[in-house]
Design a protein around this ligand. Sequence first.
Ligand SMILES: C[S@@+](CC[C@H](N)C(=O)[O-])C[C@H]1O[C@@H](n2cnc3c(N)ncnc32)[C@H](O)[C@@H]1O
Length: 209
Amino acid sequence: MTSRDPVELWDDEAATFDEAADHGLRDPAVREAWRELLLSVLPPVVPEEGAPRPSRRAPARIADLGCGTGTLTLLLGAEGYVVDGVDFSPEMIRRARAKEPVGQVTFTHADADHPPLEPGVYDVVLCRHVLWAMPDPAATLRRWIDLLGPGGRLVLVEGSWSTGAGLPAARTVELVVATGREAELRMLPEATFWGREIDDERYVVVSRR
Ligand SMILES: C[S@@+](CC[C@H](N)C(=O)[O-])C[C@H]1O[C@@H](n2cnc3c(N)ncnc32)[C@H](O)[C@@H]1O
């Protein structure tokens, strides 16, 4: 059996990608749930007086790796963050760029496994539902951590889905801890994130240091 080229596969997903409640965030309640969740785990847009600045730039800078149609990139751009989205699917990137631009966001067509972004300057590396697809997630994580400035954090939204795909939460925690960093796990079983009840494992792992 020949396995399909992953870029083609994601290109084919792009046209209908935003129809899923958690992808397009078209339902205001679902959008608000993600906005609140992300803001609760991200650093403030502008640091409090006297707080250390990882990137020494304000506002805080986020790399959104495997950004898809740019839903989270733009959501966070609207909150005042500087966000650089990267995706290897030309069709996902085309759709992200076609959305109404908000704030300071960029979209780059590239492999998120080797992101062509400036190392050591990001306050946050964010990925939602992407680490699981990397051929060697441990090596990928090390490269993503290289993008962070001092005090930078990882925000990894992942799942182990009923389809059989994904990364179990314990494995993601293990991968982060193996890099020498701390990992905080929060499970995300609430229907408000997904637009429906779920019975599989969905979660966010945040690594602040
Ligand atoms: C499940 S979607 C998630 C999209 C987005 N993070 C979100 O949550 O809305 C996975 C995305 O990762 C992208 N992707 C998968 N492997 C990639 C890679 N090696 N480099 C860049 N993008 C990748 C796909 O093209 C797709 O857009």
